[in-house]
Design a protein around this ligand. Structure first.
Ligand SMILES: CN1c2c(nc(N)[nH]c2=O)NC[C@@H]1CNc1ccc(C(=O)N[C@@H](CCC(=O)N[C@@H](CCC(=O)N[C@@H](CCC(=O)O)C(=O)O)C(=O)O)C(=O)O)cc1
Ligand code: HCS
Ligand code: ZN
Length: 761
């Protein structure tokens, strides 16, 4: 039985990878030096995994930006708006696709299944035929072999998932797009087998979602073809994030091995193994360690389960591994010096997870006694028994929820009248989503403050000065509902994790979110409770500087939960409700201090949707209740906003309506009209702001573009319900372009307002 892994974090223990990329992009590092550093990082990651004793070390999972983009460019799939004459895609073109240029907009980026990682969406067109322009997997396999003597396990994104995740243009069908790629994949696999790759991991994560009959047919045809094109290649078909959609069909595919997530959807997979057995000619790769969360695994429990699995598959055919790539967890908990021992001992980041896998394999192979596994159980037991996890007052409050009416009391139209009388906003009110540019200076001041080089009073003075400046800018621009700018926040989730009870934040626990951008998800380790006001000081300060309403700003319970590392010992519903009750206290504190408009951001509500539709309703019910609980005790004249920065929400529009927020802002500018059409079919009566310009690009939009977006929206929405705002927060933008874009936005809104007022006169 062998130990294996599906992929290693790219970011580096000290974010070396991010720093290398950003230095290269800024022109501070030559291409040669950049590539040399990438190679040395890549090799160091492999060496680490080798030293930790892993049998099958993944190669080719390393990326300079994103593995979906890597797959696309290896096949010469470059969007037509970028200059490309064939052959290996140069780094400059690769990054241009990911980040855009002055002349060409970047490829779209979207979430990777239900994680907080985002991939670059490939664009498949009929006019540019894919070709194998760089067998990067072979190149990286050979590099690992020659430089480190590692006979690695190449990792590829499989053709069916690749096409499913891409945008398909032209009149080629899904099946035709896959068929075009099959010979190219065949060549990659044959060359890898020829070079001696012992096993090749082909990821087909889409098989763990809902798979249609037509898609299954494509999967079967694809793997039959690949078996003929590369007969010597031993493929391990890997799934993750859920149990496979159709176990019996999956296990008949003509491959050497099959990989299952044995954490998410474990019960279904276990049941299938028990009832339907497993083919006697295939390898079984079981993801027994959670690749997405950071808790140590109770290895004694897994060992007991494996005894049952070994009745179905003999030891030689079993591979033990994490449930998914370790891309989603930080590198090592060893660097964390500020976490108390009781908690630290219960945590496993990527390196510790590999150690868990290797230890488990040793025990199952009989090379070590089972007692080796007991430490994990004891560490988890100590944490479970801790005071933090047994907070009676939080548990009692949550227990009372079931007897509470989560609604706001008065209905939305009545609330709207009271709010209109109080706020006296014009038609098509203008606002922003919350954050203004997080400049280098702000980050530097925060670092100085954290290191004790700047005292708290100095830091507060600096933040207040930024608020002053931006209140003045917003007034000058003529915005109607202002914000304080979120300058004091590192990140919209980490910030709350630092302030709420029951959360632990880390020093080096970075995880890649997209490209070089990373986040440091806080760890929910205990019962969550409100300690003291978190946003009141800055919001009230901002309000004291203007007569216009300042919108209070907090992150909602579902987003805080989805973008943190959650507890594994209580249900998702219970944990989300704990956060909701803590945030409710913040909402009430803001209201008590005179803040009449409060936004509760829920961008991760859509992202967290389960991969299988059958599980959607209970997730949505639970999420809607948590949001309602957060805001249901405010007065009817207090206006509650929410925000979601994606447009792909047609499927969940009823749940969004059910949040009963007075105003919602949603991304629209990149949705190519799809969002608008959903309002043709669904009558939405509350306030709504469909983002009128894309904040992901530094480009300043033209007034006509914004006017067009407003006009399109007003074809389906009533002018009295429509708000004008950007797609999302402006923290990643620079100040000059932000001010310029907002100026255009406010002017466009004023003109549209005038036109409407003239019409009604
Ligand atoms: C809306 N999005 C978010 C997601 N998830 C979240 N948890 N938060 C989100 O906002 N998921 C979906 C999207 C993803 N979008 C983004 C957008 C931007 C970032 C980002 O910019 N990340 C920053 C890190 C931000 C941060 O926490 N910074 C800290 C520490 C800064 C730092 O590196 N300091 C330096 C020194 C400072 C200097 O000299 O520059 C150091 O320590 O060496 C802070 O502000 O204090 C990034 O840089 O990657 C992420 C996701
Ligand atoms: N209020 C947050 C929402 C981001 S989704 C911001 O403006 O950055
Ligand atoms: Zn957003």
């Amino acid at each position: 039985m062998r130990s294996s892994s599906l992929g290693y974090p790219r970011i580096g223990g000290q974010r070396e990878w991010k720093k290398n990329l950003e230095a290269f992009w800024a022109g501070k590092r030559s291409k040669t030096d950049f590539l040399q550093e990438q190679k040395s990082l890549r090799l160091s990651y492999l060496q680490k995994q080798q030293q930790l004793g892993l049998d099958l070390i993944p190669v080719g999972d390393f990326s300079d930006y994103d593995h979906v983009l890597d797959t696309a460019v290896a096949f010469g799939i470059v969007p037509e708006r970028f200059a490309y004459a064939g052959g290996k895609v140069e780094e400059e073109t690769y990054f241009a696709i990911a980040r855009g240029t002055d002349d060409a907009v970047a490829a779209e980026m979207t979430k990777w299944f239900n994680t907080n990682y985002h991939y670059i969406v490939p664009e498949l067109t009929a006019s540019r035929e894919p070709a194998l322009v760089d067998n990067r997997w072979l190149r990286l396999y050979e590099e690992a072999k020659s430089e480190l003597g590692i006979n690695g396990k190449p990792v590829l994104l499989g053709p069916v998932s690749f096409v499913k995740l891409a945008k398909q243009y032209g009149n080629k069908s899904f099946s035709e797009h896959v068929q075009t790629l099959v010979p190219l994949y065949g060549q990659v696999l044959a060359e890898l087998a020829q070079a001696g790759a012992p096993l090749i991991q082909v990821d087909e994560p889409i098989l763990a979602g809902d798979v249609t009959e037509a898609e299954w047919a494509v999967v079967e045809e694809t793997y039959q073809s690949l078996a003929k094109l590369a007969p010597n290649a031993k493929l391990l078909l890997q799934t993750y994030f859920e149990s496979v959609a159709d176990y019996n069909r999956f296990i008949q595919l003509p491959v050497a091995g099959l990989g299952f997530d044995f954490v998410a959807g474990k019960e279904e997979t276990f049941q299938n193994l028990r009832v339907n057995g497993f083919p006697n000619d295939k390898l079984l790769a079981l993801g027994v360690i959670d690749g997405r969360n950071i808790w140590r695994t109770d290895l004694t429990a897994v060992n007991a389960e494996l005894k049952e699995v070994l009745q179905v598959v003999e030891r030689e055919r079993l591979i033990l591994q994490p449930s998914s790539s370790l891309l989603h967890v930080p590198v090592t908990v060893q660097s964390e010096e500020k976490i108390a021992d009781e908690l630290k001992e219960a945590i496993a980041f990527a390196d510790e997870k590999i150690i868990e896998i290797v230890s488990l394999a040793k025990v199952v192979n009989g090379h070590e006694p089972p007692s080796l596994l007991e430490a994990s159980k004891h560490a988890l037991g100590r944490l479970n028994a801790s005071e933090a996890r047994n907070n009676q007052s939080v548990q009692q409050e949550v227990a009372q929820i079931s007897s509470e009416d989560p609604s706001r009391g008065l209905d939305a139209p009545t609330r709207a009248k009271l709010q209109a009388a109080k706020l006296k906003l014009p038609l098509l009110p203008t606002t922003t989503i919350g954050s203004f540019p997080q400049t280098k200076e702000i980050r530097k001041k925060r670092l100085d403050w954290r290191k004790g080089k700047l005292d708290s009073a100095g830091y507060e003075t600096f933040i207040n000065a930024e608020i002053d400046r931006w209140i003045a800018i917003q007034e000058q621009l003529g915005l109607d509902v202002l914000v304080h700018g979120e300058f004091e926040r590192t990140d919209m989730v980490e910030f709350f994790g630092e302030k709420l009870g029951g959360f632990q934040f880390t020093t080096y626990g970075w995880v890649q979110s997209y490209g070089s951008r990373c986040v440091k998800p806080p760890i929910i380790y205990g019962d969550v409770y409100f300690k003291q006001p978190m946003t009141v000081k800055e919001t009230v300060y901002a309000q004291s500087k203007t007569d216009k309403p300042v919108k209070g700003m907090l992150t909602g319970p579902v987003t805080i939960y989805n973008w943190s590392f959650p507890r594994a010992d209580i249900t998702e519903g219970e944990a989300v409700n704990q956060i909701a009750l803590a945030l409710r206290k913040e909402v009430l504190a803001l209201e008590k201090h005179g803040i009449g408009v409060i936004q509760v951001d829920e961008p991760a509500l859509r992202e967290g949707l389960p991969l299988k539709r059958a599980k959607w309703q209970s997730y949505l019910d639970q999420s809607v209740t948590a949001f309602q609980l957060t805001v249901n005790q405010v007065k009817p004249e207090t206006q509650i906003h929410t925000h979601m920065c994606y447009s792909d929400f047609q499927d969940i529009i009823e749940a969004i309506d059910g949040l009963d927020a007075d105003v919602i802002s949603i991304e629209m500018s990149r949705s190519h009209g799809e969002l608008i059409s959903s309002f043709e079919e669904y009558t939405y009566n509350k306030g709504i702001g469909l983002g009128v310009y894309d904040i992901h690009s530094p480009r300043v939009p033209a007034k006509e573009e914004i006017a067009r977006n407003i006009e399109r929206a007003l074809n389906v929405l009533h002018p009295k319900q429509f708000w004008v705002n950007p797609d999302c927060g402006l923290k990643t933008r620079q100040e000059p372009e932000t001010v310029a874009a907002l100026k255009v936005m406010v002017e466009a809104a004023k003109e549209a307002r005038q036109t409407l007022e003239t019409k009604t006169i």
